[in-house]
Write a protein that binds this ligand. Sequence first.
Ligand code: GLN
Ligand code: ZN
Length: 784
Amino acid sequence: MNAIQTHIPGFPRIGAARELKFALERHWRGEADENELEAVGRELRARHWAQQRAAGLDFVTVGDFAYYDHVANHIQLFGCEPARFGFRSRDSALARYFTMARGGRTDAACGHGPGCGHAGHALEMTKWFDTNYHYLVPEFSEQTAFALAGERLLGEVAEAQALGHPVKAVLLGPLSFLYLGKERAAAEGFSRLDLLERLLPVYGALLSRLKEQGVAWVQIDEPILGLDLPPAWRNAFEQAYWQLNQAGAQLLLATYFAPLEENLSLACRLPVAGLHVDGVRAAHELINVADWLPAHKVLSVGIVDGRNIWRSDLDAALARLAPLLAKRDGKLWLSTSCSLLHVPFSLDAETKLDPELKSWLAFAAEKLGELAVLKAAVALGDGGQHAAAAGAEASAAALAEARARIAARRASARVHNAAVAARLDAVAADPQADRRAAPFAQRQQVQRERLRLPAFPTTTIGSFPQTPAIRGARAAFKRGELAADAYQAAMRAEIAYAIERQEILGLDVLVHGEAERNDMVEYFGEQLDGFAFTRNGWVQSYGSRCVKPPVIYGDVARPAAMTVAWTVHAQSLTKKPVKGMLTGPVTILQWSFVRDDQPRERTALQIALAIRDEVADLERAGIAVIQIDEPAVREGLPLRRSQWNAYLDWATKAFRLSASVARDATQIHTHMCYAEFNDILPQIAAMDADVITIETSRSDMELLAGFGQFRYPNEIGPGVYDIHSPRVPSAAEMTALLRKASAVIPPSNLWVNPDCGLKTRGWDETNLALANMVSAARQLRAET
Ligand code: GLN
Ligand code: ZN
């Protein structure tokens, strides 16, 4: 055995050309049967394993593939499909799998969203830690039974072995599997942790089967070790792993995304054969882990960033590895920090990307190459500086190349903009820079006099239906088939239509409808300096859905106004106030690949300055209400609570900096697509938006209670209808919700609006729902 071995915790499964996505969608449309889909899956796995071996990895990872989601795979593997789906024995495994993922027959009939309580609804989907990947949430109750039911993993292992690959199988660990699920239809007092005892023998049986099948290593992921765990969950680890260890398989316990902190010594002493740690996000813990982990165990260091798209600084990596090598007697496994699921496939497809920028990047395929270079450099024992041995030349050259790219990026004039830096320094020196001139109470007065809105003013969140005509025009314009002036005319007509509709509906604060926007981040990124866009940089979001995040590579600046012309056009068509519509700095940051050569905070503040300029321009053009959307503030929260305050400090500051340029009489709105604010209410209040609109209808206004108890000082628009569903709520339903809201929030501070933007809805339902919403507001006005 080599002292240095390489592997990865997981690889993207969607395929270099998103083959899996297209195969899935063909299958769901009924154009490809299960055999065809399986053939595509098999082909992709084979290709990805071959790629891992070609890059010199010592193992291929098996078990990271999924037709929809890896957590859902475990639901079938362990035979715990929720009974509510009522599966029959003639339903195939794949059919049952897609029903859990996408909902059954009753789903369409009821028209509610996931979690409405009706049988047949898809499993709830939620974010996989702090990534933009969504997993399907397992459901547990005291009725849940487990059995080794799925043969898929064992089959894939056999596939890889037949192809001649050394296999490391990967499984989600039992504690993370239970923790990431939720109780559903369970008895009072039942905790899913109670199921551990029932689950462990099934894991044990699986591990024995894997061992029998000749699998050398099983990577068992317990990413929850990077969370602030309740004591009962922490305490369950030792006993659980003692039991799993009886199966005799060599286990590599894998953690990622966060430092281990108080779980560090626990992770080091669990009875397993090896431990993988995130060497990027927990770099400061590496020495400690190397000290605590018993010498006979394997230490796998995730030294290459699996969450970002930048080339590694290999010299810095080697410097970080050197003391670990010394402590571990020269024995280490090298890896990416986490599964490469979270980065795009390969730079090969980026034929249009600027070559200089491209030379700074590393996607999944290129990261495999980095591991190979690191392995060779470590093997040479001198950091590759004096590589002379035969066979080492190539890796020395690769190392030199990487070094040159890193240096070029650091020095590039395209990355650094002195004016932006100077502006940021000025902001840092001015404690008032992120404050509005007057406190809210005064602004409220001035704004009321200026806007003269009725009580319970009505508005929408920004987007109106993105009709096929709109999408078609935008796509034709992008392809160069529609001339710029024809496109402009088409969008202006759409805006006029949206304004006319809102006038007829009797809304109070209008929006232009966002027809010209394909995506709330991309639209701004395309107009800002420091952003780049890839052709094929797709990352799986859930199932067949992928997103293509922009790349923020340099200092952000705004060369010209981005939204003013559209907004002014809309305002010219009505006497009612039109709300300007911007995306906030935290959301732009959160939904992009962010440069790693300066703190995220600094990038957020740069974006904030660009948005600030747009706010000033809109105001100068006569726009009296401006919304700065920040739906991603909450998802940016670090996994560890100990890091929340630092993040919230700069995140709220970035928002305030973008808004504080507004005069007192300009009303600043913000919007967030959720309502679990209870633990961050002081910081939400500290954003000091004049109006915040949030999602509350699905929780029956319950989520608003926190705002009431906290005595949230500014105005609030709790969403009164769920835009995720085509169902048109009645005026009476919305009136009832508003009465509930009035009981916890001073009615004079309440706005009336939907939960979120309407871009995914059709005009018919939108017209009906908004008409009902306006009558609900009128009803409330009459009552008070
Ligand atoms: N203004 C955006 C819209 O209405 C907000 C979207 C969001 O919050 N995700 O579409
Ligand atoms: Zn929203």
